[in-house]
Design a protein around this ligand. Structure first.
Ligand code: ACO
Length: 360
């Protein structure tokens, strides 16, 4: 039987930090409100293109697996904030890293995009259709933000992460997954004024805004992620006690606490970095996985549970069994172009545009 071992991992965080205090300089909010409601203290703001982050994360993951880009036969990239609608971002990554033997697919499933990609990639390897796959997840959400909306803008940040999957006969990688979608509640997270359902003649076209029903998302996120965790554990015959670490989507510390309580897992077993980066949507899980490995939180043979929830409303959970290696085989010197601005300086024109003009 074939499995899809995770042999490489990497992250890319843009250097510009936007703190809660920075947000208070242009919107009516406070560090106290943001910290108590979400656990977020700061987030990163990208100064280049989304694909630049994806390319660096991919190169770091390839180095960790000690593979050449030409070894990769498929790139799956989860994101909703691409450089362009056409070509897709997976193609931009393929070209930039020289993965000339890889097919390139974007997955637009918001925060769940990485987990969906991990599930799809794992199963393509298990069937023998592909042998070496790069799964990337990330977001340049600051580019798609309405910076006059304090209820949404404080929640998100920019980042990207990637893993390499390789066919293996050892029982390793994603052993079970359960993914789904509550599309009846798709209204709860919508990016508006972009796409063919919005009239090109409207004054608001391309004036990006959000429909965001935070409390509805919160309740559904906890319920769907915890049920999906219970389902994947049942598929594998494992119990909560067998899980060594939970690496969940990082949307909100309160969601993570509620998830741990509902699944019955010790909160010390839940990896948390939302305070540093906010919700980076499809980027949260691969970045958190990479940091969990860097911090020695994952050992050989560990069972790692993951869960996610996002626009759609998409949801999912997966149970991974870690392989023998927790250290990268080599390191990449890939890096983002230099950034000579603060986060507030990068955002200044966007903040001005959104605060000076409200939609009709
Ligand atoms: N600063 C200060 N006050 C604020 C802010 C802010 N940034 N944002 C909203 N408020 C105010 C509101 O206006 C409201 O004031 P009012 O009572 O006078 O009307 C008050 O704070 C309470 O607002 P609520 O929405 O009730 O706050 P809540 O406790 O529900 O927290 C939050 C909101 C943090 C958004 C929470 O509902 C949440 O985390 N939801 C989940 C969101 C999420 O992360 N989803 C992930 C998926 S996103 C994706 O897939 C792309």
């Amino acid at each position: 039987m074939l499995y899809a071992e995770i042999t490489g991992w990497g992250k890319c965080l843009p250097p510009a930090v936007l703190s809660n205090e920075d947000l208070t300089t242009f919107m009516d909010t406070s560090d106290e409100w943001i910290t108590s409601r979400t656990g977020i203290k700061e987030r990163r703001i990208c100064h280049c293109n989304f694909s630049d982050m994806a390319i660096v994360a991919a190169q770091r993951a390839l180095a960790a697996a000690d593979l050449e880009a030409t070894d990769i036969d498929l790139i799956l990239l989860g994101s909703l904030t691409n450089d362009s609608y056409c070509p897709n971002t997976a193609s931009l990554v393929q070209d930039a890293i020289g993965a000339t033997n890889a097919a390139s697919i974007d997955i637009n499933s918001a925060c769940t995009g990485f987990l969906y990609g991990l599930h799809i990639g794992t199963n393509l390897i298990k069937t023998g259709a592909h042998k070496k796959i790069l799964v990337i997840g990330g977001e340049f959400i600051s580019h798609y933000m309405n910076w006059a909306r304090r209820d949404v803008a404080v929640l998100f940040g920019d980042a990207c992460g990637a893993v390499v999957l390789e066919a293996s006969e050892k029982e390793t990688g994603l052993l079970a997954a359960k993914i789904g979608c509550e599309a009846d509640a798709k209204y709860a997270i919508q990016i508006t004024n972009l796409g063919s359902s919005y009239s090109r003649l409207s004054e608001d076209f391309l004036y990006i805004d959000w429909n965001f029903e935070g409390q509805e998302v919160f309740k559904r996120a906890v319920k769907a992620m915890s049920q999906a965790c219970v389902d994947v554990l049942a598929q594998t015959g494992l119990s909560v006690a067998d899980v060594n670490l939970v690496v969940p989507h990082q949307a909100n510390k309160r969601i993570l606490d509620a998830l741990a309580k509902r699944v019955g897992i010790d909160e010390n077993k839940v990896f948390v970095n939302v305070h540093k980066y906010g919700n980076t949507s499809a980027g949260t899980i691969p970045v958190a996985l990479t940091e969990a490995l860097e911090e020695g939180r994952i050992a050989a043979g560990d069972y790692v549970l993951s869960a996610s929830f996002g626009a759609g409303l998409t949801w999912g959970a997966g149970l991974m069994k870690w392989g023998e290696r927790t250290q990268p085989l080599s390191l990449s010197d890939a890096t983002l172009p230099p950034c000579d601005k603060t986060a507030l300086e990068i955002l200044a024109p966007h903040i001005k545009r959104y605060t000076e003009r409200q939609p009709a």
